[in-house]
Design a protein around this ligand. Structure first.
Ligand code: ZN
Ligand code: ZN
Ligand code: ZN
Ligand code: ZN
Ligand code: ZN
Length: 224
């Protein structure tokens, strides 16, 4: 969840101007600066700005987006992290901005969607209501069945892929090509996992074709 729309700054007037972004005039978020002039902006603001210009917004020096690098000066980042904010959802005050992510993931007033939203449950509500919803949500109840079906579909499409590979590799021209490869190189590999086959008197269990087969490990993996 993007956090910046979820809080407001406390005592915004007392925040030192070095901590403010000249573009959005708010305290810097993900600050980036260019070595050439040292001017510093929010990462998002400079990306937006460079959509239609290619000069530093403060000093007009010719620059590109690639000239901006994240600011890594600890004391500066600490000052930004220590700015105090108020949660817009629960009105709790004096939260350090650097800790706001932890606050919002636990804030009981924040609006969240149902864990079964991907199954088209359109419930939205405060986090402190989610347990009530979960106890009645029909989509959450069928989720394990859907997960099971999805796993089955995935397994079957892997099996189909495996069988398809066998079909492709057993064509006559392929057999001839890999017999020659084996004669020339003396090695062959499992088509699926690429494990090296070992040969007994230059003959394999199923075919002569050294490159047509799959190790028993792979067969068992797809057809347990
Ligand atoms: Zn900005
Ligand atoms: Zn500049
Ligand atoms: Zn809150
Ligand atoms: Zn639901
Ligand atoms: Zn294999």
């Amino acid at each position: 969840m993007a956090t910046s729309g979820n809080y407001e700054y406390m005592n915004e007037d007392s925040i030192h101007e070095d901590l403010l972004c000249p573009i959005c005039t708010d305290p810097l978020e993900d600050p980036v600066s260019a070595n050439e002039c040292g001017h510093t902006f929010c990462r998002k603001c400079i990306i937006d700005t460079f959509r239609d210009m290619s000069t530093c917004p403060t000093c007009r020096r010719d620059l590109t987006l690639e000239d901006y690098h994240p600011v890594t000066i600890r004391p500066f980042l600490n000052q930004l992290n220590q700015l105090l904010v108020k949660c817009k959802w629960c009105s709790q005050t004096n939260i350090q901005r650097g800790n706001f992510k932890d606050h919002i993931t636990n804030c009981m007033n924040v609006m969240i969607s149902c864990p079964a939203a991907h199954l088209k449950c359109d419930w939205n509500g405060r986090r402190d209501q989610i347990q009530n919803h979960i106890s009645v949500c029909p989509l959450i109840k069928i989720q394990p069945i859907i997960d099971e079906l999805n796993a089955l579909v995935k397994q079957q499409s892997e099996q189909i892929h495996f069988l398809y590979t066998i079909l492709e590799k057993t064509s006559k021209s392929h057999k001839k090509a890999c017999q020659e490869y084996y004669k020339a190189n003396g090695v062959a590999y499992c088509d699926i996992c690429k494990k090296k086959f070992t040969f007994v008197e230059h003959k394999r269990r199923l075919h002569f074709c050294p490159d047509t087969d799959f190790c028993s490990h792979c067969v068992q993996k797809y057809f347990p």
